[in-house]
Design a protein around this ligand. Structure first.
Ligand SMILES: [Zn+2]
Length: 495
């Protein structure tokens, strides 16, 4: 009876892959065969397509139809190809013209009523379509303003199969199909001015923002308030970072605003009861976790010793490599995970439940073991600060805008220096390069060496102190770290 050909897309990790969808209709009992899908996905997909077609005003065709998906190596059918399968089926049986299908990618899960449901990973899928030279992408109606994100591709939002059929028949798509998804996310509403006092913690936060260093906050002070204000003093996302952040959010199914150039970096603060999959991601579901949602932004673990040791120790890999590799079900996926970590902890396990003023009865051993849980992560952290409760009314702190301007200038100096390198921040410079390419003043090095000599520092920690000294010098506007910057680094290192 007929043959039709179109496309959909599937994701492995953050990478979109174009699927070829082929349908063939011939004489025989009215049946729909789906091939190229994982076994257990076939039945549910066929049910969704049948119900959606019938509920879109189409009489079920009197033909035996086979629809195939290629490549068939996609390990998970996440139902985003439903719409493409239905469209190919309808074209092969003569319900819609088939010429229009060739250069188009169809994305969307079908509801039984014929509606098109949002799917995860639309943004990377659109990019894959552009890379494959396909010019039109039909997406679930939730997305209307993402066309601007991918030049060269026409993105058409649709909310139901009936609308797509009408568009393929007469070229018009229901104008009101899409709800608006705002491009850009609103700027943070919190301000550094809300944190009075806390001088050393505020200073630590500023240095971390300027150099990309990780931070450990210890004590009963406003750690969460500080962490929430860190994205506001970090430089806004550039175009490439915004694209990465948008892709990750899209794959995670976070549809509340698409970050663009100039958006504030993300903040992700998972609770200590979160599952390992929520923190690191899931290879089975192809879903990124908190470490990736914090990519190019801030990952905050509040009451860090309460997290399982698998989580605490598991953070070390992404801290070292800037990405997370997950393996399982015979495959592996890689998600970006270059975040700035803020850990906070009280002094002992009873402090989280104990009210203010009540005495602590934890033994020194218990207290040591409590913070000892953080050992692996702390060995990768450069800056420590103590926080104390805000008790009495004091002068408001410096506002975010002032702090952010200083951070921006320091980052600018580092960017000029690192222009010809793969690194963006001082925190990323390898130890060898600190000795050869970016040496500090001899007095600064001598001061840190003497700290090693008296046992305040280990040899292994020396490069981290030098990175910190560079950041302090950048904030001061100095050409290279001097003795005072090394001294400042030692202060922040010891907390
Ligand atoms: Zn205690």
């Amino acid at each position: 009876m007929g043959h039709a050909f179109t496309h959909s897309a599937a994701l492995i990790g953050l990478t979109g892959h174009i699927l070829d969808i082929e349908a063939d209709a011939g004489a025989g009992p009215p049946e729909l065969h789906l091939t190229g899908l994982p076994e257990r996905s076939v039945g549910p997909a066929r049910d969704r397509i049948r119900a959606a077609v019938l509920n879109s005003g189409i009489t079920w065709p009197d033909a035996q139809v086979t629809v195939s998906v290629c490549p068939d190596s996609m390990p998970v059918y996440d139902s985003a190809a439903d719409l493409a399968l239905a469209v190919a089926f309808l074209a092969a049986t003569g319900h819609i013209p088939r010429e229009r299908l060739a250069g188009t990618v169809f994305l969307g899960e079908l509801g039984l009523n014929g509606g098109i449901r949002p799917v995860r990973g639309v943004l990377p899928a659109i990019r894959a379509a552009a890379a494959a030279g396909l010019t039109t992408v039909v997406v679930p109606g939730f997305f209307t303003e993402i066309t601007a994100q991918t030049p060269g591709v026409v993105v058409l939002p649709a909310t139901c199969l009936a609308d797509v059929i009408a568009w393929l028949r007469d070229g018009t798509l229901n104008e009101n199909a899409g709800q608006s998804t705002p491009v850009g996310v609103p700027p943070p509403t919190v301000d550094m001015a809300d944190i009075p006092g806390s001088h050393s913690a505020r200073r630590a936060l500023e240095v971390c923002a300027a150099g990309g260093h990780h931070l450990f906050l210890q004590g009963d002070g406003p750690a969460t308030m500080l962490a929430e204000r860190l994205p506001g003093i970090l430089p806004p996302l550039d175009a490439a970072s915004a694209r990465e952040v948008a892709d990750i959010r899209s794959l995670a199914g976070r549809l509340d605003g698409i970050p663009g150039p100039g958006s504030a970096p993300p903040l992700c603060a998972p609770h200590h009861t979160s599952t390992s999959a929520a923190i690191f991601g899931s290879v089975a579901a192809n879903r990124p976790g908190a470490v990736s949602l914090a990519h190019r932004g801030v990952l905050h673990l509040s009451d860090a010793p309460e997290f399982p040791s698998t989580v605490l120790d598991g953070l070390c890999r992404p801290m070292d490599s800037g990405e997370i590799l997950l393996a399982g079900m015979g495959r592996s996926v890689r998600y970006p995970a270059r975040f700035l970590l803020v850990l906070d902890a009280r002094d002992c396990p009873c402090a989280t439940s104990r009210g203010g003023g009540e005495p602590c009865e934890c033994s020194p051993g218990v207290r040591r073991r409590y913070l000892g849980r953080l050992a692996a992560v702390l060995s990768r952290i450069e800056v420590r600060a103590w926080t104390e409760p805000i008790t009495r009314p004091v002068e408001p702190g410096e506002p975010t805008s002032v702090v952010a301007a200083r951070v921006g200038e320091a980052r600018e100096r580092a960017a000029v220096r690192l222009a010809e390198t793969p690194w963006r921040t001082n925190a990323e410079i390898p130890a060898l390069e600190l000795r050869t390419r970016f040496p500090a003043e001899p007095e600064a090095v001598a001061l840190l060496r003497s700290a090693v000599h008296v046992g305040v520092l280990t040899d292994a920690a020396l490069p981290r102190l030098l990175r910190l000294a560079w950041t302090i010098a950048d904030l001061r506007g100095a050409g290279r770290p001097a003795a005072e910057d090394a001294a400042g680094a030692l202060d922040l290192w010891e907390g």
